[in-house]
Unconditional design. Structure first.
Length: 79
């Protein structure tokens, strides 16, 4: 795969978008934000749901190596 996303086929672009969605779900979970992975999965095209589950599992495992929500204290929070 090249660097120019505009050159990707529709199928490859759909997978890129599913990858972004799965990483977003894992990110929200890591920050303890409300997200329903089952609902997000149901919103994806049927033929890409298995791919979504695979990528979500990958990002969940990767998230275990990253800091949690407490690491990102904002200036106005009472941390």
């Amino acid at each position: 795969m090249g660097h120019n996303l505009a050159e990707l086929s529709k199928e490859e672009m759909d997978k890129v978008n599913i990858d972004l969605i799965a990483s977003g779900v894992a990110y929200k979970e890591r920050l303890n934000k409300s997200v329903l992975d089952v609902q997000v999965e149901q919103e994806q095209p049927e033929h890409l749901r298995e791919y979504f589950r695979e990528r979500l599992e990958y990002y969940r495992k990767f998230s275990e190596t990253l800091p949690g929500a407490g690491y990102y204290a904002t200036p106005d929070s009472k941390a």
